[in-house]
Design a protein around this ligand. Structure first.
Ligand SMILES: [Zn+2]
Length: 183
């Protein structure tokens, strides 16, 4: 049989925002190994769902910030740059537009990127939490191996583990995320 997995995201008013086929694979049914999802298939699904969801959320946020918050004027585009958001389910590339600041705004920089107000950090708190939790228990190499075994993370997205600066920093980071994600 052929399995096709689709993610459909709709807005609060039922408008379809995106409809993506995130995974497509063939499955047999005559061997135990074929029953259910394989780890690779599960990781592909997670990565695809995450890409669709983050893209839809970023697009929705941008739609709400295309106009001046004071006077409502549409803001002119000044170009775009690329933004990478590291998550536990893959690193998501995003296009971050730069907009001219409205003339009614107080003097300051002439342009800005609305997405920087949403992506105040380029790593999702949950990925930081997993890195911190596992690296406090086992070595860096084991942590990378473990996370890569079960999640669609790539090695480069885990490079942030290396320059931690010792146990005190690990503990501070762990305390911070223990508050966010209580066990
Ligand atoms: Zn304005």
């Amino acid at each position: 049989m052929r399995v096709q997995i689709q993610v459909r995201i709709v807005s609060d008013d039922e408008t379809v925002l995106s409809e993506d086929v995130i995974a497509c694979f063939d499955k047999g049914d005559d061997q135990l190994e074929e029953i259910g999802l394989s780890l690779d298939q599960a990781k592909t699904m997670l990565a695809g769902a995450q890409t669709s969801l983050v893209a839809a959320q970023a697009a929705s946020f941008l739609t709400r910030h295309r106009c001046c918050e004071r006077c409502g004027r549409h803001l002119q585009s000044k170009g775009r740059c690329r933004l990478l958001f590291r998550t536990a389910f893959g690193t998501i590339p995003l296009v971050s537009p730069r907009l001219h600041r409205c003339a009614c705004q107080p003097a300051g920089s002439k342009n800005f990127s609305p997405l920087t107000a949403l992506f105040t950090e380029h790593t999702a708190p949950e990925l930081l939490y997993l890195e911190t939790r596992w690296a406090s228990l086992v070595s860096y190499g084991l942590t990378v191996g473990l996370l890569k075994d079960v999640l669609p993370v790539d090695a480069s997205s885990l490079s942030d583990l290396t320059p931690w600066g010792g146990p005190d920093r690990i503990k501070a980071r762990f305390d911070r995320f223990s508050r966010i994600f209580p066990r």
